[in-house]
Design a protein around this ligand. Structure first.
Ligand SMILES: C[S@@+](CC[C@H](N)C(=O)[O-])C[C@H]1O[C@@H](n2cnc3c(N)ncnc32)[C@H](O)[C@@H]1O
Length: 263
């Protein structure tokens, strides 16, 4: 019985230090590392020098290696008795197709384990000073894809209903579709004055963010390219007050003072 296996490891949102201890242990043990576009290249230096490192090139906009070929790679090396670490940006099960890769392994009897990671859905806003929940401002959040698989029968994301269903909305892969998303949320009843932000390359040295309102965030952030997360909700105003925030406007302070006064 070969001792090969596949371990899906969440690499975290960008900064190499945000991988988990368990993930790092597996990475150091790996014979083969199959990694994605958004993984910090520094992490690869943690793998053994002898480990085979394969770039799978997956990003929101670019799939260099077809998904079926990635499955084939993982299974081939595991069946050859190797420990295969599938290193994926953020968390493997948050828009990472980790579930598909785990199922593909299981279907052919290859052991597959998962090490969760710090998802950009929470970490990128946090790095920009935006907590996704905050007592009194937001008690719920939803993470939504802005890039639905065009092959899906029918549209899954009902933006009009989502608009008022949760306090904070976090949209991944939504840079290109932000104008439509914003319009549909407003159409569904979300206040156009709702604070909104786009955080690009969150939790990395290249981080930049732009804030505005739901009505104007698409225009204000039009120069930002992926990867970025979009955050919509009153919590965005906290970026003026919390570590990581980058603006110097008084909107956040005013918002928080109002909120504090109400308590
Ligand atoms: C295919 S999804 C993978 C998400 C990943 N599994 C996670 O949990 O973060 C890729 C998208 O995640 C978001 N993303 C990933 N890393 C990011 C970062 N450092 N800063 C901002 N957005 C990021 C972007 O929306 C990007 O298009």
């Amino acid at each position: 019985m070969p001792s090969g296996r596949v371990v899906l490891v969440g690499a975290g949102p960008g900064d190499a230090e945000l991988i988990t201890i368990r993930g790092l242990r597996w990475l150091r043990r790996a014979d083969v590392v199959v990694y994605d576009q958004l993984v910090d290249p520094l992490l690869l230096t943690e793998a053994a020098g002898s480990a085979l490192k394969i770039f799978a090139g997956k990003s929101a906009a670019r799939h260099c290696v077809p998904q079926a070929a990635i499955h084939g790679l993982l299974i081939h090396h595991a069946l050859s008795g190797r420990v295969v670490v599938r290193l994926k940006g953020g968390d493997p099960f948050v828009y990472g197709r980790g579930g598909e890769e785990a199922l593909a392994c299981r279907m052919v009897g290859v052991q597959c384990d998962v090490v969760p990671g710090v998802s950009s859905a929470i970490a990128a806003p946090a790095a920009a000073g935006i907590p996704v929940t905050h007592r009194g401002l937001s008690s719920s959040f939803a993470v939504v894809t802005g890039h639905e698989d065009p092959a899906k029968p029918g549209k899954r994301v009902n933006w009009e209903r989502l608009g008022t269903a949760v306090d904070t909305l976090v949209v991944l892969m939504g840079v290109a579709t932000l104008p439509v998303i914003a319009a549909r949320l407003i159409n569904g009843g979300r206040d156009p004055a709702t604070p909104a932000a786009v955080v690009r390359w969150g939790a990395t040295d290249a981080q930049e963010s732009v804030a505005g309102t739901l009505a104007d965030i698409a225009e204000r952030s039009a120069h930002l390219t992926p990867p970025a997360v979009i955050v919509i909700g009153d919590v965005v105003n906290l970026r003026d007050l919390l570590p990581g925030g980058e603006t110097s406007t008084s909107a956040g302070a005013t918002c928080y003072a109002d909120f504090a006064a109400r308590k």
